[in-house]
Design a protein around this ligand. Structure first.
Ligand SMILES: O=P(O)(O)OC[C@H]1O[C@H](OP(=O)(O)OP(=O)(O)O)[C@H](O)[C@@H]1O
Ligand SMILES: Nc1ncnc2[nH]cnc12
Length: 130
């Protein structure tokens, strides 16, 4: 949902990378595994990403980094380039660190809340226990 808001705010086009099997046009597929350790595939239509196209990858959360790394591979396999990675939250994992070290990166969560993100529990959730 927020991906489309980001595209609109930046005045750029939006392209969805989807769970495999949902698109009815020719696609490029990328296999990957995420925090569930299950084998998954994502895909993107073939006719948009090409050399010269710059892509800002947007997602809510990076845990192992498997999903974002697969999206990066998909974009790069088609010859486009990753302009940056923007997420709401990123965990301080090996995969998370790799993304931050290798790509222009932005997250919404401030540094002082990082320990809560890594613990997967925000103090603000406590209000729901009242
Ligand atoms: O870094 P990783 O270990 O790969 O995990 C991150 C992915 O997991 C979450 O998606 P989720 O599986 O909850 O699916 P959804 O947000 O599309 O419902 C999140 O939005 C990322 O896409
Ligand atoms: N949206 C999310 N919230 C918490 N942990 C996650 N791990 C992967 N995605 C997540």
């Amino acid at each position: 949902m927020h991906r489309t808001a980001v595209a609109t705010t930046l005045g750029k086009g939006f392209l969805a990378i989807r769970k495999a099997g949902h698109l009815c046009v020719a696609t490029q597929t990328q296999n990957y595994s995420d925090y569930t350790s299950r084998e998954k595939s994502m895909e993107v239509r073939l006719d948009v990403l090409k050399p010269g196209v710059r892509v800002l990858l947007v997602d809510q959360w990076i845990e192992t980094g498997g999903t974002m790394r697969a999206a990066i591979q998909l974009v790069e396999k088609l010859g486009a380039s990753v302009a940056g990675v923007a997420v709401v939250a990123i965990e301080n994992t090996e995969g998370g660190k790799w993304i931050k070290e290798n790509y222009k990166f932005s997250q919404c969560v401030p540094q002082e809340l990082q320990a809560q993100i890594d613990g997967k529990y925000l103090d603000s959730f406590k209000i729901f226990n009242k």
